[in-house]
Design a protein around this ligand. Structure first.
Ligand code: GCV
Length: 670
């Protein structure tokens, strides 16, 4: 990925390092030493006068965890870490700057968010829910990916589901630390079968091996747990969070987990969601459920991350007042102020489910006394399965920079996470990751940039998506000249808008193919079904009326200024029009085009853009490694057929519905 071994060794060639510690050695400083000696293959010297790079590790009381300063002093680089993790971050930042040819003058850096988390949806049979890059890096048998392409796997050993590929985990932890990630959840939030046993020995001992590696890179490990574990594992008759035996069962579990892994982060929970068990089955609230677990981990300083992805997945579509978008707010707003300081509510950025275009979930800004994490999906479930190029940073940055009150510049989510928390050290971002056992980690090489960018955004929310993209390209393709880097840049920085163009028009969303796991068009696959995600297209118009005046009333969940903007056709941004309003096909957007013409134009434009990407990438033949060239080239060709399929299906569907032809006379029905 971006830490190209050969390149980082080249840029540090001839350098000697010296580590000065004022506090006692810990697992991170040991790691730093081995990173220098074993990974970079550079010597460590004891006399600072012999060193080109001096790393000071000085545990300070003031300042934030992980912060560091880099400066030059008499031709030497000095990295001053606030703590051992800060020294590590400073070290990787120095490598980045050297790789990018950037100057190392005086440079101070501190993370913008305290929790910068990665969630894995890895399952202990080695599969990854919504994974598009091969099997899990944690679970499954070592070497079992060898024949994955032809679907042949050796039999699994269910008594030991761990892959045990320690080298790969070390490499992965290095990637995470290099972008400032400090927390990781190892297993899927849908915790089923043997996965429920990860909190028990002997699986826990193997979790410890992984957690120790992550700890040495400054990353704490979390496990997803099944809320019904007291019944499933403990033989209790209930999992009611207020029952004494349930409470003491979880306490014992937490004690043993922390005895085994003292640096353990805590538990991640999906409860009462999409069929998973939870406290509501016992007539208890989410706060009752989360606080009980927080109580269990509190003596150890642990954290409980509780997901807000709770909605009725058995909706009666005939009832037009039910609106899935309203669910998170409806389920959680009354619990504001009731969660313990050790609980963090993890809320998806949009109210539906990681769609190409969604507004911000209204809980952000509305919860005033709750620790929150904003959740993203790096894995491209709805965004092209890492076949289609989709550099998604523009969307994420837009989300964290969204004002929850238009009149208040301090109401951007990246700020309100901290100001609305009851424990400011327990807020930040979490994202479902896109890696697997594929040689290039992410299926499509270009999809690596989303993991890289996510970490960069967590650390520094002032860096723009273009700058992040340039950084990633320069580190990943050091062999390319400026003109060729611009070609990659041109593809990537337009790819998110291109994907939106040929898929979801004007915020409508979810017209995805159910049988292909949300890849490709399925215009009516979720229409009038139990999942509650509709576009309501008919011969007169399209879109979901979520207004207060005539619709589901979802708009009322926002602050007044935002609600007014979304309520009225004059002020609604075009790209969210159909998320909030049902309009005729002849309705004119702010740019003067009709809705139907916008649909035709963007779908032709989107497919044309992908055809241009192929030409741009073809220019790189022989300039990037052959396997990388082939990897992207093959996927771009698949993307083109996908884009054409989307274009033709969407255009045909809306042509038939509306009966209105394309002003420009292009062929709609192929
Ligand atoms: C892990 C969506 C995905 C599911 C996922 C769920 C969630 O519904 O399709 O795969 O389950 O979100 O976030 O819990």
């Amino acid at each position: 990925m971006w830490l190209n071994d050969k390149h980082v060794r080249q840029v540090t060639h001839g350098m000697r390092f010296c580590i000065r510690e004022t506090s006692s050695e810990n697992i991170c400083t040991l790691r730093l030493r081995s990173e220098i000696v074993q990974w970079l293959e550079r010597p460590l010297v004891s006399d600072i006068n012999d060193a080109d790079v001096i790393i000071d590790i000085d545990s300070k009381n003031s300042g934030s965890k992980g912060e560091f300063t880099i400066r030059t002093e008499h031709d030497r680089i000095v990295i001053d870490g606030h703590d051992a993790a800060g020294a590590l971050y400073g070290f990787y930042t120095m490598l980045r700057r050297l790789s990018l040819g950037q100057q190392i003058a005086q440079f101070h850096s501190q993370p913008k968010q305290p929790i910068r988390m990665i969630d894995h949806w890895d399952q202990i049979d080695g599969s990854v829910e919504r994974g598009y890059a091969g099997e899990s890096i944690f679970f499954g048998r070592l070497g079992s990916n060898e024949h994955a392409d032809i679907g042949v796997f050796p039999p699994r050993d269910t008594s030991n589901p761990f892959r045990g590929d320690i080298d790969r985990i070390i490499q992965y932890a290095r990637f995470l630390a290099s972008i400032g990630i400090n927390a990781v959840a190892l297993n899927n939030v849908n915790v089923r079968g043997d996965a429920t046993r990860l909190i028990l020995h002997p699986f826990l001992d193997r979790v410890k091996e992984i957690a120790d590696i992550f700890s040495s890179f400054g990353v704490s490990t979390f496990l997803s747990v099944n809320y019904a574990a007291p019944k499933l594992l403990g033989g209790l008759g209930t999992s009611d969070p207020l029952a004494d035996d349930v409470r003491s069962w979880w306490k014992q579990i937490a004690d043993e987990v922390y005895k085994t892994i003292p640096a353990f982060g805590g538990f991640l929970v999906k409860a009462d969601s999409e069929g998973e068990p939870g406290p509501m089955q016992y007539g208890r609230t989410h706060a009752d459920g989360a606080n009980m677990l927080a109580d269990a981990v509190a003596p150890h300083g642990g954290t409980v991350i509780w997901r807000a992805f709770v909605y009725n997945s058995n909706q009666d579509w005939r009832d037009r007042t039910i609106d899935r978008a309203k669910a998170a707010y409806d389920n959680f707003i009354s619990l504001d102020g009731q969660f313990d300081p050790g609980v963090v509510l993890q809320v998806k950025f949009g109210p539906i489910d990681f769609q190409t275009r969604e507004p911000l979930t209204p809980l952000f800004g509305a919860m005033k006394h709750t620790n929150m994490l904003m959740e993203f999906e790096i894995t491209a479930e709805y965004l092209g399965h890492q076949i289609d190029v989709n550099y998604v940073l523009p969307q994420w940055l837009e989300m964290i920079n969204t004002r929850t009150d238009l009149e208040n510049p301090d109401s951007e989510v990246k700020k309100t996470l901290g100001t609305n928390a009851i424990d400011g050290s327990r807020v930040g971002y979490a994202a479902v990751v896109n890696v697997g056992m594929d040689d290039n980690w992410t299926g499509n090489t270009l999809a690596q940039a989303n993991l890289y960018g996510y970490g960069r955004m967590c650390w520094d929310d002032e860096v723009g998506s273009d700058e992040i993209c340039r950084e990633w390209i320069a580190q990943t393709f050091p062999e390319l000249g400026d003109e060729d880097r611009e070609r990659v840049f041109a593809i990537m920085t337009t790819s998110n808008a291109t994907y939106e163009d040929y898929t979801a028009p004007l915020g409508v969303g979810f017209m995805v193919c159910k049988s292909r796991g949300h890849y490709g068009p399925g215009i009516n696959d979720y229409e009038y079904d139990r999942w509650g995600t509709y576009h309501y297209a008919d011969r007169n118009g399209v879109g979901v009326d979520r207004t207060m005046a005539t619709g589901t009333g979802y708009v009322a969940q926002y602050s007044d200024s935002v609600a007014q903007m979304y309520e009225h056709l004059e002020s609604i941004p075009d790209n969210l029009l159909l998320f909030f309003h049902h309009v005729p096909y002849t309705y004119r957007l702010h740019d003067g085009r009709t809705v139907i013409q916008h649909i035709y134009d963007t779908h032709f434009d989107g497919a044309d853009a992908v055809a241009r990407y192929i030409q741009l990438w073809d220019e790189l033949r022989g300039k990037v490694p052959q396997n990388v060239f082939e990897n992207v080239s093959r996927r771009l060709r698949l993307q083109l057929s996908n884009a054409i399929e989307w274009r033709d299906q969407i255009n045909t569907y809306f042509y038939r519905m509306s009966g209105i032809g394309d002003e420009r006379g292009r062929t709609i029905v192929p």
